[in-house]
Design a protein around this ligand. Structure first.
Ligand SMILES: [Zn+2]
Length: 271
């Protein structure tokens, strides 16, 4: 299966040096919303959707805008990039979301006919929207009522030492849901075996390739952000430790990418 790597949202938080580890304190940082577009045997499959057309029309919550200064352009949406590749919105039959945070679910409404696969705990937390969860999810992004396919991680088998859910409904067996909770209640990674081997899209289970090197060299601003945006610190650290162990064990057999690291995206697209 061919995998395209798309940036579906550019975020420019303050204090570049604390976010990207280079540049000035008063410069704007650079983060991306790295999504995968997979050419599957039955149609296109998106992994995460970044920000979408509705977010351009309606805007985003003020706190999110203030913290991340998102650059919103129609050409930057998954929809426009799918069309630029010669496909239509209806060709996207399935979407897998690592979680439903607003910078991952913004494009859902641009593909209203797609089934949306995710962990059951994530769907329940987003629909309940209680406590801190009321601030992280934006219900209008999925008010069109997608056909949800929710999974609870009781069935599955090991994948490179991690627990994985296999047999996602109607999807090829080379696509797995890999529970990595902690950032949000039902956060997962998505593993895909494409033309060039395995890719694990880890969503927000880590924020920088520097999270995965030993010793960890994550810029302090990103570490703070991970703590602030996390749902459960112990689970989040356990998930990160699992991925760090995977990185050490699997080496080049699994390409590890997270949602917001521009260096990951540049490595995958060759730019
Ligand atoms: Zn995110």
């Amino acid at each position: 299966m061919r995998i395209h790597h798309l940036n579906c949202g550019t975020l420019c938080p303050l204090a570049r040096r604390l976010i990207n580890g280079d540049g000035g304190l008063f410069e704007r940082g650079h983060m991306v919303c790295h999504c995968l577009l997979i050419e599957g045997p039955q149609g296109l499959i998106l992994v995460d959707t970044g920000l979408g057309m509705q977010d351009i029309t309606h805007g985003l919550p003020r706190l999110f805008e203030a913290l991340t200064a998102p650059q919103l352009t129609p050409a930057g949406t998954a929809l426009a990039q799918v069309q630029a590749l010669g496909f239509s919105a209806d060709d996207v039959r399935d979407i897998i979301v690592t979680h439903l945070d607003l910078d991952h679910a913004g494009g859902l409404a641009d593909f209203p006919k797609a089934r949306v696969h995710l962990h059951g705990r994530e769907l329940r937390a987003a629909q309940a929207g209680q406590g801190m969860d009321a601030h992280r999810y934006l219900k209008r992004q999925w008010a069109h009522g997608p056909a949800w396919q929710a999974y609870d991680a009781t069935d599955g088998e090991p994948w490179f030492g991690l627990h994985a859910v296999r047999a996602l409904t109607g999807l090829p067996p080379e696509i797995l849901l890999v529970p990595l909770p902690g950032h949000s209640k039902g956060h997962t990674g998505v593993a895909v075996h494409g033309d060039d081997g395995w890719v694990l899209h880890g969503g927000d289970a880590w924020f920088s390739h520097l999270d995965l090197v030993t010793p960890r060299r994550t810029p302090v601003g990103l570490k703070l952000f991970q703590w602030l945006a996390g749902d459960h610190t112990r689970q989040r650290r356990a998930s990160l430790a699992q991925v760090q162990a995977l990185a050490a064990r699997a080496g080049d057999d699994v390409q590890l990418i997270c949602a917001h690291d521009p260096a990951d995206l540049a490595r995958c697209t060759g730019h």
